[in-house]
Write a protein that binds this ligand. Structure first.
Ligand SMILES: [Zn+2]
Length: 151
């Protein structure tokens, strides 16, 4: 028998059933790769199967997953849609310091990294976490001296 659960319950069960590490891997891939490609990976479907089986609920589709798990796993904020500039060019690899601060605001998504050639489009659609953006803004000087360093 299918029981209706609220989003918060399913979210907390995702972390309990998969464990923190796999839940974070699932969510990061969902919000970046799956959303762009329009499908779940096989390993994500297996995680969804495990969750749904344990909660006795019907299998979640990609659309269901994007709706239910539309949150930042670090701050709990709902992800919000936004149109942001596309920055074209070749980017220097992230330094250790930058990678470390990026991990504290994984869903800032304040710009889209375009290819090294310039195309006609100037903006792209992203989903961002307001708290991640706030953290990124506080570290903005650092971002502009390292992240956006073009080669
Ligand atoms: Zn966040």
């Amino acid at each position: 028998m299918f029981r209706m659960f609220d989003k918060d319950f399913i979210r907390s069960e995702l972390h309990r059933i998969l464990g923190e590490e796999d839940a974070h891997r699932f969510l990061a891939s969902l919000h970046f790769k799956s959303r762009t490609k329009g499908r779940l990976f096989y390993w994500q479907e297996r995680m969804i199967d495990k969750l749904c089986k344990e909660l006795s609920m019907p299998k979640l589709s990609l659309e269901d997953s994007l709706s239910i798990f539309n949150y930042c796993h670090l701050h709990g904020d709902e992800l919000t849609e936004d149109s942001v500039p596309i920055i074209y060019g070749t980017f220097a690899p992230a330094s250790n310091g930058e990678a470390s601060y990026r991990s504290s605001c994984p869903y800032a998504n304040s710009f889209v990294q375009g290819p090294c050639w310039v195309e006609g489009t100037t903006h792209g659609t992203v989903f961002y976490c307001p708290t991640c953006r706030q953290i990124e803004r506080q570290l903005e000087d650092f971002r502009f001296t390292s992240t956006a360093t073009r080669i």
